[in-house]
Write a protein that binds this ligand. Structure first.
Ligand SMILES: *Cc1c(COP(=O)(O)O)cnc(C)c1O
Length: 412
């Protein structure tokens, strides 16, 4: 699981490594660190975000609307940049809703999913005029009560827990018993309730899983999603205007991961769009993606503060760690700990010269950013870069653990 410049991880191939310093948004890394004023920091590359969405759009059929799942990276400046690139935002809290609306997205293209929405959140959502994706019967009743109290109509989409799972997902979020969505077999009764409560029924949201690199499995899940949506649409209290087909596109994090092959997934979406266009004309078809859009456009940068040897092993001790980047330490849902792609961002032109483990500054053995990596020889003061860090970074990490300051974030 070593990473060398001779055999770069596919994630590194996308970055300019022509000089000694990594360039982020065209800025050499040590200059960027000076501009930010402190390490560690997350840096996101605007041009990479734009290029990523552009490339995906070239594959997608025109009928597919692209939504960004804000929870992957809710940095306000990044969300504002994404607002100009995608067709809508999916949010998972009233806080994310506020970020999405501040970014300028039209409320009717913001949808709010997630279990445990409070009455206060539902009230804010109704007042904002966004789409609420109901996760349970109880939530539908509470939504109707808030709408009545405000004297406003509430637009509701039923989040369906499908009767199938997406195989090969890093995180399974559909099929079997779930806290997410309403079991497909219970949806017909819920649709009658929505009709009785005079809510504005808009459609369905069917999300089966996340972080999937298998095009065949994604295509299969898309086909089943269409089958299920068509079956349920026959029992809906009104026409389907909003159909969220899920997402789940993964990015390669680990040495054996291969980037997702978009061709077959796009073909499958084209077939889905054709079937749905005939059977549910007027339905806005949505693909919702988080990490696929932003994950590869970001790096986590920390500084080497100590270099030490212990019984023959070299340790690069950095000022970063799992309090900023839990996922890179292997403690955010991974079953087996593997290394994210790493580099010494101030020695990009050097070959691998030694095997070193990269650790953070927390007093726990869990705080491991790189286990025995092949790297150029780094000294105190060098900048270490963790790639694939544009999604589920600082906001998915236990910032308060051990009382160090939070990382800075910069969009370049
Ligand atoms: C988390 C989440 C996403 C985003 O997942 P990614 O793996 O970042 O694409 C999309 N939809 C729903 C419902 C989610 O909960």
């Amino acid at each position: 699981m070593t990473l060398t410049l001779d055999a770069p991880h596919p994630a590194l191939a996308a970055w300019d490594r022509s000089g000694p310093e990594l360039l982020v948004g065209g800025v050499p890394l040590s200059r960027l660190a000076a501009r930010v004023g402190s390490t560690p920091f997350f840096a996101y590359d605007r041009e990479k975000l734009t290029a990523r969405v552009g490339r995906l759009r070239r594959f997608l059929p025109e009928a597919i609307h692209l939504h960004y799942a804000v929870k992957a990276n809710p940095m306000p400046a990044l969300v504002a940049h994404m607002a100009g690139l995608v067709d809508g935002f999916d949010v998972a809290s009233a806080g994310e809703m506020a970020t999405a609306l501040d970014a300028g997205m039209a409320p009717q293209h913001v949808s709010f999913a997630g279990p445990g929405k409070t009455d206060a959140e539902l009230r804010r959502a109704v007042a904002a005029g966004i789409v609420v994706e109901a996760e349970s019967e109880g939530e539908v009743r509470r939504l109707a009560a808030q709408a009545a109290a405000l004297g406003l109509s509430a637009t509701v989409v039923v989040r369906v827990n499908p009767d199938f799972a997406l195989k090969g997902s890093g995180m399974k979020m559909g099929g079997g018993p779930q806290q997410f969505g309403v079991d497909a077999e219970r949806v017909p009764a819920l649709l009658r309730l929505i009709g009785d409560l005079s809510l504005d029924f808009a459609g369905f949201h069917i999300f089966a899983g996340s972080q999937n690199l298998r095009a065949d499995q994604l295509a299969l899940a898309q086909e089943r999603t269409v089958d299920l949506a068509l079956r349920l649409a026959g029992q809906a209290p009104g026409p389907v205007r909003h159909l969220n087909l899920g997402g789940g596109f993964g990015i390669p994090y680990f040495p054996d991961d291969r980037p997702l092959d978009l061709g077959p997934v796009a073909d499958s979406l084209a077939r889905a769009a054709l079937r749905l266009g005939e059977r549910l004309p007027g339905a806005r078809l949505i693909l919702e993606l988080g990490r696929y859009l932003v994950g590869e456009a970001g790096v986590y940068v920390c500084r080497v503060v100590d270099r030490k040897e212990s019984r023959g092993q070299v340790f690069l001790v950095t000022d970063g760690g799992l309090h900023h980047h839990l996922a890179a330490s292997g403690n955010f849902g991974q079953v087996i700990r593997r290394n994210y792609p790493l580099a010494i961002g101030t020695r990009m032109d050097r070959p691998a010269e030694e095997t070193a483990s990269v650790v953070g500054c927390l007093c726990t053995p869990l705080d491991l950013l790189g286990d025995r990596c092949a790297l150029p020889r780094a000294e105190v003061g060098d900048l270490l870069v963790v790639f694939q860090s544009g999604a589920y970074g600082t906001t998915a990490s236990p910032a308060a653990f051990l009382g160090h300051p939070p990382p800075a974030e910069v969009l370049v």
